[in-house]
Design a protein around this ligand. Sequence first.
Ligand code: C2E
Ligand code: CA
Ligand code: CA
Length: 463
Amino acid sequence: MYFLISDCTQDQKNMDLEHFGTMHDNLTGIYNKYGFYRQARRVMEENPGIPYLMVCLNFSDFKLLNGLYGMTKGNELLMRVGSMLRRHYGTDARTAYGRIRADRFAMLIPEVIFDPDAYLKTVETIMHGLAAIHFDLQIAVGICRVEDNRTPISILCDRAFLAASVLKTQESNGYVWYSEHMMSEKIRDRAILSRFSDALGRGEVQIYLQAQVAADSRRVIGAEALSRWVCDDGRVIPPAMFIPILEEHGKIWQLDYHIWELACSLLKSWQGSEDFADYSISVNISVKDIYYLDLYEVFTHLVDEYKIDPAKLELEITETVFMDKPKEAILLIQRLKEYGFRIAIDDFGSGYSSLSFLKDIQADILKIDMGFLRKTEHQERSRIILRSIVALARELGMPTVVEGVETSQQVHDLVKIGCDIFQGFYFSRPIPVADFETRFRAGEIQPLRRKSGAAGNVEEEAE
Ligand code: C2E
Ligand code: CA
Ligand code: CA
């Protein structure tokens, strides 16, 4: 008899390694998607009586973190999360956890041992522990209760990530529990997203103009361009219905660029006209634009291409635009101002504005949001605050635009306080360009309808 003996330890090791590799994530060493799905199924089968939660975690704008600080920083964060999961749940056979892909982590955990607040805190600590990151990554945790143990793990993950994505549209870290209606909303969002590019191409996304009126002369001096999606059946979709979805999916720059271009083309068509040549148009800049576009290049190129005066194009920014990259943003504003654009601080007083912002940004115009005053019953306090803001702006050499003016009483009070420009339903709602051109020629305000005996009063329009 001959026996052939060979040492297959290495082969076995290689096979184990290969198997490990197909089930594990080579960056963090924890399960990958396939490993996690398998392990989660096994864990649930072995513990049939235990109520489980599927907990999913991801970071908003993770791609931007990689873009700004390089892959190494991004990888460091992911590895730290992996180690945290191993440390906290590694020895508990009732749990499963893994990295599903990119910055997406999933965890199947018995409901009794999961504390969402503590979990969030731990991830926050990890994030803040990353040195030299001046970037506000948002942590989004989605939690889905496992009602039926037979539900495929992939579906449970989808639900938990869907819940997490709901949080992404808000501003702070947090967790969201999955609920049934989220799925139908998601389907609606998808429909809007998939139709948006076509709508742009077909010219369905248009600008509506809302007149801005000088307080002293009561003449129109310009307008804010606000986007509207005018469907081919005539339905007009307001920006609140699509802007948050476009922002969430990194497409807001497409809308904004389109609106800026329409505004420039309109300014061009007004050039030399007796009625509109003096009007300026203001446009909005979204917080995400700064990541996707070189705004200096874009705006200087646009005014160059349309051969218009940059001083006629007002750029409205909110403080949120500056939160992530304040130094770069301040520099950008300086350069745009030097080029001749006028800069307006939008929504001042709405909760996204602070005095230090006012100090750092040398804007030309301050737009004050009346909304925050309207919500309160303390009329007198509101008046004092408004008066102080207007006085402050005046000392800083910035004219004020008060938005949301709805009644003649407000106009009267605001004039006394010293506001410079009004924008609100009292004078006009945002209207299509053609209507604007009919109603507001050469600074004049044409009423929509006249009250009997009250010639020229447009208050009827206010709701
Ligand atoms: P915003 O920039 O503060 O624009 C003013 C909003 O206040 C407009 O809402 C306008 O219709 C509304 N408004 C004006 N006067 C009154 C009033 O007297 N009373 C009340 N209750 N509301 C008044 P709209 O057009 O629905 O736009 C909402 C927001 O969507 C805008 O707020 C702006 O932040 C954003 N948005 C609109 N178009 C664009 C765009 O093209 N790009 C970007 N990034 N954001 C846009
Ligand atoms: Ca605005
Ligand atoms: Ca505003």
